[in-house]
Design a protein around this ligand. Structure first.
Ligand code: KG4
Ligand code: ZN
Length: 342
C-alpha cells in the first residue's frame, strides 16, 4: 500500500510516499527555518503562509521522486494534531482535498505517533511493544508503545519540553535558532563540570520531569555574570545544561525500564538528534542489556515519511478521516483524532 503523506505542524512543509509503513520511496522536506531564524523562533502566521505556498510543490516533488503517478497512491495522510493550528490546518486540508480529488481514503495522523513511527522506517524488524522517549520541541514523554495504535503515557514534562528548553537556553546564550543543534555544537567544546545546575524532581511522580527550573538557573547565571561584568563561559554552560537535560531523561528512562521490564528502547523527536543523548542512550542500553532503536538524524526532526509510516498502521486499525475531519492544536497521543469532537 502506497500512502502520500503530508506534514505541516510547525516550520517544515514535508511530503513523502511510504510503502506498507516501512519503506520511504521519497521524503521531501522544505524547511522555513531560515525565515524564522530572523525572529529567533517560529512566527505562526508566517509558518502557515509558508506552508500554503509550498505544500502543492512539495507534494508534487514527493510523487516525482517516488516515481509515482497519482493513480499509484492508495491513500493520503496528513498530520491533523498537535501543532501550530494555522500550520496544521494547511497540510490537513490539503491532504483531505487531495484524497477527495483522487477518490482515496484520508488518514489523519497524530504528529507524535508519527515521530515514534520514524523507527519503523529505520528498523524494519521493530515491532511493539517497546518503550519510547519522545523529546521534541513541543513534547517530552515516556511512552509505552503497546501496539501500533495503542499507547500508554508513563511520564511527561510538567512544564517545558526538552527541545523548548534547548531553544530558550540557546537564545539566552546568543547561540541562535533552532537552539538544539547550536547547544549541541557549543557543548562539545565545553567543560560540563564548570557550572553546577539543579535537576528537578516532581514530587510523587518519579517518571515525570520539569525543565523550567533548569532553564531559569541558566538564565540567572547568565544575568549575574553580565551584571558583574564577568565573561560567561558559554561552552561550559551549554555543556552543563545539556548534561542536566540528558541525565534527567536517562534517569527516568532507566526507572521506566525497571518498572515495565521493557527490553526494547526507542527514541523519537528532534532532540533524539542530540549527540550527548544518543551516547547516553547507548550506555543505558548496554548496561540494561536491551535493544536500542535510534532513528538516523534525518528521521529525528519533522518529516512526512514518519507520518506515512504511522498512517499505514492507522489505516489497518480502521482510523480513517470522515469528510468533517478537523485538525487540533493539542491532542494526547492516546486520543483518537478521528473521533475527537470539535
Ligand atoms: O521534533 P521536532 O523537529 O519538532 C517538533 O515536533 O517540535 O523537534 C524540534 C526540536 C527543537 O526544539 C530543536 O531545538 C530540537 O528539536 N533539536 C535538538 C537537536 N536537534 C534538534 N535538541 C538538542 N540537540 C540537537 N542536536
Ligand atoms: Zn515534531
Amino acid at each position: 500500500m502506497r500512502i502520500l503523506a503530508i506534514e505541516s505542524s510547525c516550520d517544515e512543509t514535508a511530503a513523502a510516499v511510504v510503502e506498507d509503513g516501512r519503506r520511504a520511496l521519497s521524503n521531501i522536506i522544505d524547511s522555513q527555518v531560515e525565515t524564522h531564524a530572523l525572529y529567533g523562533g517560529v512566527v505562526p502566521e508566517i509558518a502557515s503562509r509558508g506552508h500554503m505556498q509550498a505544500v502543492a510543490r512539495v507534494a508534487e516533488a514527493a510523487l516525482r521522486e517516488a516515481e509515482c503517478g497519482r493513480e499509484d497512491i492508495d491513500a493520503v495522510a496528513a498530520t491533523c494534531a498537535p501543532g501550530l493550528i494555522g500550520a496544521v490546518l494547511v497540510g490537513a486540508n490539503f491532504g483531505k482535498a487531495l484524497a477527495l480529488g483522487l477518490g482515496k481514503p484520508f488518514i489523519p495522523v497524530h504528529h507524535i505517533r508519527g515521530h515514534i513511527a520514524a523507527n519503523y522506517l529505520a528498523f524494519p524488524e521493530l515491532e511493539p511493544p517497546f518503550l519510547t522517549l519522545v523529546a521534541s520541541g513541543g513534547h517530552s514523554l515516556l511512552v509505552m508503545v503497546r501496539g501500533y495504535t495503542d499507547f500508554e503515557i508513563l511520564g511527561g514534562t510538567r512544564d517545558d519540553a526538552a527541545g523548548e528548553a534547548f531553544d530558550k537556553v540557546a537564545r539566552v546564550l546568543g547561540a541562535g535558532y533552532p537552539g538544539g543543534p547550536k547547544i549541541d555544537a557549543l557543548a562539545r567544546k565545553g567543560d560540563a563540570g564548570k557550572y553546577t545546575l539543579p535537576q528537578s524532581h516532581v514530587k510523587d511522580a518519579p517518571l515525570d520531569f520539569s525543565f523550567s527550573g533548569l532553564k531559569t538557573a541558566v538564565i540567572n547565571l547568565a544575568h549575574h555574570a553580565e551584571q558583574k561584568g564577568e565573561t560567561l563561559d558559554r561552552e561550559a554552560l551549554a555543556a552543563a545544561f545539556q548534561r542536566a537535560v540528558v541525565d534527567t531523561l536517562v534517569l527516568r528512562l532507566r526507572l521506566a525500564m525497571h518498572e515495565t521490564g521493557a527490553k526494547k528502547l526507542a527514541c523519537a523527536g528532534g532532540v533524539a538528534a542530540n549527540s550527548a543523548l544518543r551516547a547516553a542512550l547507548e550506555n543505558l542500553a548496554g548496561e540494561e542489556g536491551c535493544g536500542l532503536y535510534l532513528p538516523p538524524l534525518g528521521l529525528c526532526g519533522d518529516n512526512a515519511a514518519m507520518i506515512g509510516a504511522q498512517a499505514f498502521y492507522e489505516y489497518q486499525a480502521g482510523n480513517l478521516g470522515a469528510s468533517g475531519q478537523n485538525a487540533y492544536a493539542t491532542a494526547e497521543i492516546t486520543e483518537d483524532i478521528c473521533r475527537k469532537r470539535g
